[in-house]
Design a protein around this ligand. Structure first.
Ligand SMILES: [Zn+2]
Length: 541
């Protein structure tokens, strides 16, 4: 019976004029597909005067008219359905991501999406996300496909469209005239709000991304042709290990005063803890290239950075043996010109499950490598760390200490307490991996050894309803920008380099640091003399 009915519906066809359909679509996009925008507006607009009330009243019409104007312009015969279909599907997915994770869509987010590996994307495909996209995107698309669109002949259709466009422009201008101040201050105070308006946000982000890509200097920029490694006479070999953390936020490390004991092992080590460190970006795709670049957060252009010699290139050129061990979603171009070991590719059953591996895999076979170092070595370990939303897949069962945990990628099904507990378990596991690493390094007192750990960016765990990371820097909470950074230094290193560890600890606890310091500090640690070195950004100076 129901089947018969569905079949009948499937075989029937509706007819509607292009004008009406554009109206309905604009209404649909402005309401259902812009839920995240309206939630944001609801939370921030405080109606405390008549002027603000008028503004708030006009805003829905403003959004509707802007969309209506835009659709009148682009939804022309022949491409109407394909274009609408595309926008429906992308908007439904974008709306889900914005609504669930509190993200904003801009060119950095676009970069994030297209540079993310398949595994990370698969983690986001859950029954709930599929249902969301199906109901708000696929279903309307199916209805649209069943619809026959009536067009007027060309001249009349054109006239109608032009009329609609001029009409919306006039009404928009009237809104602007009445509520100019409110619109301007709203736009200025909440600059990021435009990144929530579906279709415009990702169309703009895509355009910006390719504009940035096109602008990039495709010729590889050499900063220094001949950097020099200048070790002290008869000094033992240097072994500098940089561990790049993933999504670790300082607030959840007991080294940083977190009330839960998430660093039981590291707290027993003699570490130099940098108390206040700011990340360069709020996503891997921005932070990682920035960390290895001589560019600072203020003058960073991610694309340019990728086409410029970074600190690994300089170390290699100076004669260092450089090795990048990867267990995250790739090195974002940073390790392209140095030897790399992708630990995920080993698919070692001891550590790997569902396409990702526990960070201990980064220590596999390390002993053998370190036993007989041929030359001074710079080793980078790129960890999977606390990568979400599948925090529960980041650690073996023994580390499920903080409970109750959230054992699903659908964060909306977990309480904040559960999410934080799960996240804390990832930090507990990171603590273990780093302590193991320090244990290995201690076995080789014949080298001047330093381990430096620093995370790429932090994470939001439901504070103010924000999850994950990647918020525009200007409005990103500290949870996303304050990262842990600490150093373990062997006595041999301190002795040969005249480091006053006590004084360094004092400095580390008092001063402010950022990813900008990394490039120059690594040059100091490796004893490389180069023209791009800036001592003001060198932590050890
Ligand atoms: Zn990251």
């Amino acid at each position: 019976m129901i089947y018969e009915k569905l079949k009948k519906i499937w075989h029937s066809q509706w007819e509607i004029s292009s004008g009406k359909l554009i109206f309905i679509l604009s209404l649909y996009f402005a309401t259902v597909l812009d839920l995240s925008f309206w939630r944001f507006v609801w939370n921030i607009v405080e109606i405390n005067s008549i002027a603000v009330a008028v503004f708030a009243f006009s805003l829905p019409f403003f959004i509707f008219l802007t969309l209506w104007m835009f659709f009148n312009l682009i939804y022309v015969k022949y491409v109407f359905k394909s274009l609408t279909g595309l926008l429906l599907l992308v908007s439904a997915a974008a709306n889900y991501a914005m609504f669930t994770f509190g993200i904003f869509i801009d060119s950095d987010m676009y970069r994030n999406v297209i540079e993310t590996d398949v595994q990370e994307t698969l983690a986001l495909i859950t029954p709930i996300s599929c249902l969301w996209v199906f109901v708000t995107g696929v279903l309307p698309l199916l209805l649209l496909l069943k619809t026959k669109i009536k067009y007027d002949h060309f001249g009349r259709e054109l006239k109608k469209r032009l009329f609609n466009i001029v009409l919306s422009l006039l009404i928009l201008a009237a809104f602007a005239a009445v509520s100019y101040k409110e619109y301007v201050s709203f736009g200025r105070n909440h600059n990021e709000v435009r990144k929530l308006i579906n279709t415009f946000n990702y169309i703009y982000a895509t355009g910006r991304y390719y504009q940035k890509e096109a602008r990039r200097n495709r010729e590889f920029v050499i900063l220094d042709q001949a950097p020099e490694f200048m070790p002290a006479a008869d000094a033992p070999k240097k072994l500098i290990v940089l561990v790049v953390g993933e999504t670790a936020r300082a607030a959840n490390f007991s080294l940083y005063g977190y009330e839960r004991e998430t660093n039981p092992l590291l707290q027993k080590e003699d570490l130099i803890v940098f108390g206040n460190v700011e990340a360069c970006g709020t996503s891997t795709a921005v932070s990682v290239p920035c960390m290895f670049s001589h560019m600072t957060r203020d003058d960073l252009d991610v694309t340019d950075a990728k086409f410029t010699q970074n600190v690994l290139d300089i170390a290699k050129l100076a004669g260092y043996q450089v090795l990048w061990r990867e267990n995250d979603g790739g090195c974002k171009g940073v390790c392209d010109r140095v030897p790399t070991e992708d630990m995920r590719a080993t698919k070692d059953e001891k550590f790997c499950k569902n396409g990702s591996c526990f960070d201990e895999i980064l220590l596999e076979g390390l002993d053998d490598k370190l036993k007989n170092l041929e030359s001074d070595t710079l080793l980078v370990l790129h960890t999977m760390g606390s990568h979400g939303p599948t925090y529960f897949e980041r650690y073996p069962d023994e580390f499920k200490k903080f409970r109750p945990s959230c054992d699903t990628a659908d964060l909306q099904n977990c309480s904040q307490e559960e999410i934080i507990s799960t996240y804390d378990n990832t930090i507990l596991y990171t603590d273990y991996v780093l302590a193991q690493l320090i244990g290995i390094l201690k076995k080789y007192p014949q080298y001047q050894t330093v381990m430096l750990y620093v995370s790429d960016h932090g994470e939001s765990l439901g504070e103010n309803n924000i999850y994950l990371h990647g918020l525009p820097y200007a409005i990103a909470p500290d949870y996303q920008t304050k990262v842990p950074m600490f150093m373990w230094m062997s006595d041999v290193y301190a002795k040969y380099n005249g480091v006053d560890v006590g004084a360094l600890k004092e400095k580390a606890s008092k001063e402010n640091f950022s990813h900008d310091n990394l490039f120059h500090t690594l040059l100091n640690l490796t004893d490389i003399k180069t023209t791009v070195y800036d001592q003001h950004l060198d932590i050890l100076k």
